[in-house]
Design a protein. Sequence first.
Length: 278
Amino acid sequence: MENVKKNPKRVVLITGASSGMGLAAAKLFARHDWIVYAGARHVEQMHELEIRGINVMALDVTNKESNRIFVNTAKMEQHQIDVLINNAGFGEFGSLEEVPTKKAENQFMVNLFGLSQLTHFVLPTMRCQHRGRIINISSIGADLYSPFGGWYYASKAALNQWSDVLDSESRRFGIRSIIVQPGPTKSNWSKVAFKNGFKNLPKNSPYQTLAKRFIDVFGQLSQSSPATAEDLAQIFYRAATDTKPKYRYYNSLTDHALVSLTRHFPRTYRKVIHQVFK
């Protein structure tokens, strides 16, 4: 590695790049003349990226060999990895009583353990370079909470702690681990999450009324949100390029304020949640 000439272009690996924020980020980094490796399970949805000259690869973050191939391909072809954006993730919604344990485990496998494995594969290269950034896409749900999102929120809260610990361990090697916390965003993500939630809701569930309220509240938030996938892609780019990166990046003052409210005034937040969902 040390004897290979540094590529004048920077190299970024982006997971979950077939739609939403990941897709928008892949396009944005490519426009800024980065060499982009875009990974996702649904390769057929990334034809647009392929046309733009972006390196498109099949990637299942829950599969160790798939993760290894994704990272090694970029490393062998470019001899460097400047940024890894751990964007792949999903929401397994439903009441804590009714979500099957296997699905809860899969929530953590995708949102935490899969990205941890990918990170393990890029760290030796970044250490050798004495530079690199791991950008982990979390959620304001890592700090906020509501009924029906328990396993998703838990996985994102764990991701925040994991990222902070990694940053404390790796920054001595010139590597930073950074969290981006999006709020409600206009995308298909919430539709998929709500669909998962209904799958976890038995016909005779005592949580039927609460589930409908949850769908109403978060459906309205997603539809009324001014934030787009392209907006979040810009935040990803800032996290990757800021000379002095922050520990946390938010898309808006509202997102940041909500997180601060929950952290500093937990009783007030609990009262709000109770009023909204009672």
